[in-house]
Design a protein around this ligand. Structure first.
Ligand SMILES: NC(=O)c1ccc[n+]([C@@H]2O[C@H](COP(=O)([O-])OP(=O)(O)OC[C@H]3O[C@@H](n4cnc5c(N)ncnc54)[C@H](OP(=O)(O)O)[C@@H]3O)[C@@H](O)[C@H]2O)c1
Length: 406
C-alpha cells in the first residue's frame, strides 16, 4: 500500500512541495508494473516529523523526542499547516504533562466518548507558535503558503513542540515583521490570556483604560509582563506585585508602582495605596482573599483570577459533578462579591487571531515587546520544562525549533 497516496486521497490535501517532510520507509518497494492506485479509508500516514511527545502523564521523564511522529493533517477547510520555527512553554504545559485537565481536554477531543482510554497519546504539548504557513485548507482566504505567522493553539489540540502543527486560520495572525520567530513565539499564549482577562472579563480597552488603576499580582511571569505592557499601551495606571529582584524589569516595561510581596505583608502594603478599578490575579490561593478588599466598591470595579478550580474539579469529580461544583463555586463567589459592590470573574486563555492582529499592531508601534527569560534548543525541551516547573519566571522560556528562527 502506498500510504502517501492513500493519505492524499483520504485527507484531500496534497503534500506541499515547499516542505520536505521525511518519508518513512515503505513496508514494500513498489516496482513499475505493480503501480496501481489504491484507495484506503485508513488514516494511516507515511510522512513523519520530529516532535516531543508524551505516551503517559507524569514527571519530566515521560517527555520523549520522537522523530517518527505522524505528520499533521488538515481536517477542516479553515485549517492551515504551519512549519514551526519557534515555540515557548507555559505553566499549562507542565500541568498537562502531569495529567492536569485531562478529563475536560479529552472530552473536547472526543465529545461522544467513542475512543478508548489513552487515545490522546502520543500527545504533543506546547501552545505557542511562530513559523511559516505551508498548506491552506480550501476556505482559508487570509493566509497563503509562505506567510510568516504567530499564534497559540488551544490545549485540546496537538501542540507546537513539533516541526509542524495544524491550526485553525482563526488561531493565527501575521507575525509582526519587527520580531524574529524566537521573539514572536514568546507572546501569543500569555498576551491572549491577558487580553481575555482584561478585555472580556474586565471590559478594559484603549478607550476605557486611561485613568484606571490596575493591580497585577504575579507581575514578573509570562502573563504579568504581557498584561503590564497591554495596559500601559492603553494608558492605564499599573501597580505590579512581584519579588524585589524583578523590580528593574517590571519598571522597564512600564509599571508605575511596584510592590515586593516578600518584604512585608502584602495586605499592609496595599492598605497604603488608593483602591483599584481592576485587579488581575496571576497567583491565586491566599491572594484572592486579601486582594478583593482593595477594589473601589460600587464603581464597576472587577477582580479577575487566572487560577481557577475548573479543570481540577472535572479531573477529580468527573465532568458532570465537576461542572456542577464549578458552577456552584463560581456563582456563590460572584453573588457574594456583588453584594459588596465589586465584580468577581475567572479568566481563561482564548485563542484569537483577530486579537493577535491588534496585539501585533502594538508590537509594531513598540508598545509591547517580548520579555524572554531563557532560550533552549529543540534538543533540550526537558531542561526547559524543568526550568518552567521551578517557577520564578521572568518573562518567557522559548524553544528554538529550527535553527533559522530569525
Ligand atoms: N486560566 C487560564 O486560562 C490561564 C492561562 C495562562 C496562565 N494561567 C495561570 O496563571 C498563572 C500565571 O501564569 P504565567 O504564565 O504568568 O506564570 P509564570 O510565567 O510561571 O509566572 C508566575 C510569576 O508569579 C511570581 N509569583 C509567584 N508567587 C507570587 C506571589 N505570591 N506574588 C507575586 N508574584 C508571585 C513568580 O515569580 P517569583 O516566584 O520569583 O516571585 C513568577 O514570576 C499560572 O498559575 C498559570 O497556570 C491560567
Amino acid at each position: 500500500m502506498n500510504h502517501t497516496l492513500a493519505w492524499r486521497l483520504v485527507s484531500g490535501v496534497k503534500i506541499n512541495h515547499l516542505c520536505t517532510p521525511r518519508i518513512a520507509i515503505p513496508s514494500k518497494a513498489v516496482t513499475g508494473s505493480q503501480q496501481v492506485r489504491e484507495f484506503s479509508t485508513s488514516y494511516k500516514r507515511s510522512t513523519v516529523m520530529p516532535a516531543w511527545v508524551i505516551d503517559k502523564y507524569g514527571s519530566n521523564e515521560v517527555l520523549r523526542l520522537n522523530n517518527n511522529t505522524e505528520f499533521p493533517i488538515i481536517h477542516y477547510p479553515n485549517e492551515v499547516i504551519v512549519k514551526i520555527n519557534a515555540t515557548s512553554l507555559n505553566p499549562i504545559d507542565v500541568n498537562m504533562r502531569n495529567g492536569y485537565g485531562s478529563a475536560s481536554l479529552n472530552m473536547s477531543r472526543d465529545p461522544l466518548n467513542v475512543k478508548t482510554t489513552g487515545c490522546e497519546f502520543p500527545l504533543v504539548l506546547g501552545r505557542d507558535l511562530s513559523g511559516v504557513v505551508m498548506e491552506c485548507g480550501l476556505n482559508v482566504r487570509y493566509f497563503k503558503p509562505g506567510d510568516q505567522v504567530w499564534g497559540a493553539v488551544p490545549p485540546w489540540k496537538q501542540g507546537t513542540l513539533a516541526e509542524f502543527v495544524v491550526a485553525s486560520g482563526n488561531e493565527i495572525s501575521m507575525k509582526p515583521k519587527s520580531l524574529s520567530h524566537t521573539e514572536a513565539a514568546s507572546l501569543p499564549y500569555v498576551t491572549l490570556t491577558a487580553w481575555a482577562a482584561l478585555v472580556n472579563s474586565c471590559r478594559l480597552n484603549k478607550q476605557k483604560c486611561p485613568g484606571k488603576r490596575i493591580l497585577i499580582i504575579g507581575a514578573s511571569g509570562g502573563v504579568g509582563t504581557a498584561a503590564i505592557q497591554l495596559l500601559k499601551a492603553w494608558g492605564g495606571h499599573v501597580t505590579a506585585v512581584c519579588s524585589e529582584d524583578a523590580f528593574s524589569l517590571i519598571k522597564d516595561i512600564g509599571a508605575d508602582e511596584v510592590i515586593d510581596y516578600k518584604a512585608e505583608k502584602l495586605e499592609e502594603q496595599l492598605k497604603s495605596k488608593q483602591p483599584f478599578d481592576v485587579i488581575l490575579d496571576n497567583v491565586g490561593g491566599t491572594t484572592e482573599k486579601l486582594a478583593l478588599q482593595f477594589l473601589k466598591p460600587w464603581s464597576g470595579a472587577t477582580y479577575v483570577t487566572l487560577v481557577t478550580p475548573f479543570l481540577y474539579n472535572n479531573d477529580r469529580l468527573g465532568i458532570a459533578d465537576g461542572m456542577m461544583r464549578t458552577g456552584v463555586t463560581l456563582s456563590s463567589k460572584v453573588v457574594k462579591h456583588l453584594c459588596k459592590g465589586v465584580h468577581y470573574r475567572w479568566g481563561f486563555f482564548s485563542p484569537s487571531g483577530q486579537s493577535l492582529d491588534e496585539i501585533g499592531l502594538l508590537v509594531e508601534n513598540g508598545q509591547i515587546r517580548p520579555v524572554i527569560d531563557e532560550i533552549f534548543p529543540f534538543s533540550e525541551v526537558p531542561k526547559a520544562f524543568s526550568k518552567v516547573e521551578k517557577g520564578h519566571a521572568r518573562g518567557k522560556t522559548v524553544i528554538r525549533v529550527t535553527e533559522s528562527s530569525k
